[in-house]
Design a protein around this ligand. Structure first.
Ligand code: SF4
Length: 461
């Protein structure tokens, strides 16, 4: 008689928040899968539901609480993890039935809580522990992956509670980061997104400790990391795209721009400037707040002309005057940033900014926000219009179904577009052999304020 393998226990996962939280969810699921658990795509089939929460803004907290409530109503057996784990008492008061609450990055604790809530099925096959590799559970599509290089932050920006939630900067060893990147690329990743709270500070806490890697001794430092990542190759011999997120403009950022010109690094920098007026930046206690940033941006573009700079800005920070705001708009006209996200200042429970005098009235915040969006949309429209007629590499995210004429469309991104936060490139008439993760050369035919439209040039590979 054939051996009946026991049914594996099933885990449901609701993942909220930023890409960093998504990476945490992936890691938790990878561990659980190694312990013999299976995933459930819905509440009904799950033995226990994990809710990975985000507690950054009050609005995100509310969303997390709603998600916990929904999971309790739909399933009833719920474990809460992530940033809101720091607020266990508040969660327990509202949802006493929650089985366990653990904080961000306490993988062991989450896994233990799952073991208790739904003991893993025993069995000779189920107990095999695979090496983390292509067996890793990935919530992001296989062709792009987030690569987390450190946790926590040594700064104390007035509007932020991340250092309270996640602690001081703790950098991973560079050889561990590179090994993970190498495995991801071997398993089909074509685009690596380097993330942390402060990517330019990578290795400051470990004194930029060196580790042997492929006969070299790279330091735990953003420049060495970028150079090493640029040398990885996909199984078909191509360099993966490597994007740097959450980079502060410390002087050593200048050193990664030549790597972009050499093609080792995707010409893209995500720099959360948050403001430009010196007085506001000082009140915000932002790191790397220095006067010469505009000059440096011009120099970077002279070295890597295709450099895309994405950033985000907060309007209505306490004490921001009309003059400060106008300074920001003038600065943006000069900086010509490619991608800009705007936020209205929102107090976060526990943040130092809440005690600052001179709050900006809500209607003034709204009005400034609308002006910021107008200026940045105008800049973006002009920048994208300048791409019409060019041929650009595009990574495919999704291929559609044929329409009534048999035409197939696809959605992808150029090197100027990070997944989920930037624009897209919409393609018409693609071949039916096209698949997500393919990188194709696209002739840009049209542009609007955020996206490009074009067609594949089959002659170019
Ligand atoms: S740099 Fe500032 S905004 Fe970013 S995580 Fe650190 S304290 Fe928060």
């Amino acid at each position: 008689m054939a051996t009946q393998l026991p049914e594996p226990k099933r885990i449901g996962m609701v993942s909220l928040g930023c890409p960093k939280a998504l990476v945490d969810s992936e890691r938790i699921l990878t561990r659980l899968r190694a312990d013999g658990y299976a995933m459930s795509p819905d509440y009904a089939g799950a033995d226990v539901v994990l809710v990975n929460t985000c507690g950054f803004l009050d609005s995100a907290k509310e969303e997390s609480l709603e998600a916990i409530g929904e999971a309790i109503n739909e399933n009833g057996r719920v474990i809460v993890t992530g940033c809101m784990g720091e607020e266990a008492e508040m969660i327990r008061a509202r949802f006493p039935q929650v089985l366990a609450i653990t904080g961000a990055h306490q993988y062991e604790d989450v896994v233990e809580a799952v073991h208790e809530a739904a003991p893993p099925s025993q069995g000779p096959y189920i107990d095999l522990i695979p090496q983390p590799s292509e067996h890793d559970i990935k919530l992001t599509p296989r062709h792009y992956s987030y690569l987390k290089i450190s946790e926590g932050c040594n700064h104390s920006c007035a509007f932020c509670i991340i250092p309270q939630l996640r602690g001081k900067l703790a950098s991973r060893r560079i050889d561990a980061v590179l090994r993970e990147a190498e495995k991801l690329v071997a398993a089909g990743t074509k685009e690596l997104l380097v993330i942390s709270q402060d990517t330019s500070a990578y290795g400051v806490d470990t004194r930029h400790e060196t580790k042997p890697w492929k006969g070299r001794e790279p330091r735990a430092h953003m420049t060495d990391l970028a150079r090493e990542l640029g040398q990885l190759r996909t199984p078909d011999g191509h360099a993966p795209w490597v994007r740097l997120h959450y980079v502060y403009p410390y002087p050593h950022v200048d050193a990664v721009i030549p790597l972009m010109a050499e093609g080792l690094l995707t010409p893209y920098l995500d720099i959360p400037f948050q403001h430009a007026a010196p007085k506001v930046l000082k009140a915000m206690r932002r790191p790397a707040n220095e006067a010469k940033v505009l000059e440096r941006i011009h120099k970077w573009r002279a070295i890597a002309p295709d450099l895309t700079i994405r950033s985000s800005f907060v309007v209505g920070f306490p004490g921001e005057t009309e003059e400060d705001f106008q300074y920001l708009l003038d600065w943006l006209e000069e900086a010509q940033l490619d991608r800009v996200g705007g936020f209205r200042f929102e107090p976060v429970a526990g943040a130092a900014a809440n005690d600052l005098p001179d709050p900006v009235p809500e209607e003034v915040k709204e009005e400034r926000f609308a002006r910021l969006m107008d200026v940045t949309a105008r800049i973006s429209t002009a920048k994208l219009a300048a791409k019409v007629g060019r041929t650009l590499p595009v990574i495919i995210d999704e291929v559609g179904e044929p329409d009534e004429d048999g035409d197939i469309g696809a959605t992808g991104r150029s090197q100027a577009d990070a997944p989920e936060i930037d624009g897209a490139v919409y393609l018409r008439n693609v071949p039916d052999t096209l698949a997500a993760g393919d990188i194709v050369q696209v002739e840009v035919e049209e542009a609007d304020a955020h996206d490009l439209f074009g067609v594949i040039n089959p002659a170019l590979k």
